[in-house]
Design a protein around this ligand. Structure first.
Ligand code: HSE
Length: 428
């Protein structure tokens, strides 16, 4: 058997400890499958004296992850600290410069600095792998770069933040307010240290930016993503959407349009009966559409010790087998600069508004929508105790600009109370 593959692991939180456990527990299976023993040589973390539920006594300890990354007795630097810059990026760069392969779970670093890191890794002839960075245990990077390598990809969609899906599910199922569901998620330890990464959609957008780069052969472009979190979603919208046959999801969509690449991460309605509509709790789902394969749906745990460590091991096993694919599925220097679509593809929309319940109110709203080219598909008015009637409208496909123009003119009708809610209905 060839020489063992020696790992240096930086970051011994949930994921790092999980990786150590798998390497220890599955050592025979891994060497049988890769033809090589995989060993841990050295580790690094912020605190040394902490019970992590794993025996680390046989591994060398490094205080400084950069020093770990440069150690001559490691072949692969496994970066599991997180953070888009700082020690994670410095140590990754040091590892690449020292000719080490790198495995990371760091979506923020890849989404913001992926191009320069990929170019550096490929110039050095080393791997930079990150299966764990997107949708935890779901092997979506492999699916796109390998399984679907022969397909032109037209659209990638995903629910890729389990915390948001958990909050939205609990609001719908248990009738919790956003604040109550958020507090519950917090109590379960689901939220990132900065919760806005979750509920602001940023964590999921990092993942979408990475998938878009692979799917469309473009440089990773996080700043292009139209980003909106779930903080303004109310139980009322969840219930009303349900009445109309939809569920609200924080949905990432990357699609190639005639006008360029459209990338969005925002709350959207999807049909309740669709796989995305049926996704509940903290689970993730990624939907990929290729010109030959059609649509495929991947579902699984997007976070947690076992699933995320499982994805890290997938990359380690590839490296042990000698598989070194370009970071984004094609050489980084050949990735195109993306043309950003300046207007999203037309779509149906869900509109909720409160109207003064008096003769002609609805007609005024319908006139403004019609004048702006927005056609009504379905409409429902609900019983109401006071003077204001909750009204729901589902439009036919319309350009967002036309809808925004109509929404902007609604106040002058004098019958609309408060700000209407407008959510995109994604065709899935
Ligand atoms: N905080 C993420 C989630 C997991 O809730 O899905 C790590 O990306």
């Amino acid at each position: 058997m060839t020489e063992p593959l020696r790992l240096g692991i930086a970051g011994l939180g949930t994921v790092g400890a999980g990786v150590v456990k798998i390497v220890q527990r599955q050592s025979q299976l891994i060497s049988a499958r890769t033809g090589r023993r995989v060993e841990i040589t050295a580790v690094s973390a912020r605190t040394r004296d902490k019970d992590r539920g794993v025996n680390l006594s046989k591994y060398a300890w490094e205080e400084d992850p950069v020093a770990l990354a440069r150690r001559p007795d490691i072949d692969v630097y496994v970066e599991l600290m997180g953070g888009d810059a700082g020690p994670a990026k410095a140590s990754t760069e040091a590892a690449i410069a020292a000719g080490k392969d790198v495995v990371t779970a760091n979506k923020a670093m890849l989404a913001l600095h992926g191009q320069e890191l990929a170019e550096a890794a490929e110039a050095k002839g080393v791997a930079l792998r990150y299966e764990a960075a997107v949708a935890g245990g779901i092997p979506v990077i492999k699916a796109l770069t390998e399984g679907l390598a022969g397909n032109g990809i037209s659209r990638v969609m995903g629910v890729m933040n389990g915390t948001c899906n958990y909050i939205l599910t609990r609001m719908g199922d248990a009738g919790l307010t956003y604040e109550e569901a958020f507090a519950e998620a917090d109590g379960l330890g689901y939220l990132e240290a900065d919760p806005n990464l979750d509920v602001g959609g940023i964590d999921a957008a990092h993942k979408l930016a990475i998938l878009a780069a692979i799917a469309f052969g473009t440089k990773v472009d996080f700043d292009a993503i139209q980003l909106e979190g779930i903080g303004s979603i109310t139980i009322e919208d969840i219930r009303r959407a349900d009445d109309m046959g939809y569920r609200i999801k924080l949905l990432g969509v990357a699609q190639s349009t005639g006008r360029g690449l459209e990338t969005r991460m925002s709350p959207c309605l999807v049909p309740s009966a669709s796989p995305l509509g049926q996704l509940t709790g903290g689970t993730n789902m990624v939907v990929l559409e290729g010109d030959s394969v059609g649509q495929i749906v991947l579902r699984g745990a997007g976070a947690g010790e076992g699933p995320t460590a499982s994805a890290v091991l997938s990359d380690i096993c590839d490296i042990a087998r000698g598989l070194r694919l370009p970071t984004f599925g094609q050489p980084a220097t050949t990735l195109a600069s993306p043309t950003r679509a300046n207007a999203g593809a037309p779509s149906a929309y869900y509109l909720r508004m409160e109207l003064t319940d008096k003769p002609g109110a609805l007609a005024k709203v319908a006139t403004i929508l019609g004048d702006n080219g927005v056609s009504i598909d379905r409409m429902r008015q609900y019983d109401h105790p006071g003077d204001n009637a909750p009204v729901l409208i589902v439009t036919h496909k319309t350009a967002r600009a036309d809808l925004d123009a109509a929404l902007g003119q609604l106040p002058r009708t004098g019958v609309v109370t408060g700000a209407p809610v407008a959510l995109r209905i994604e065709e899935v």
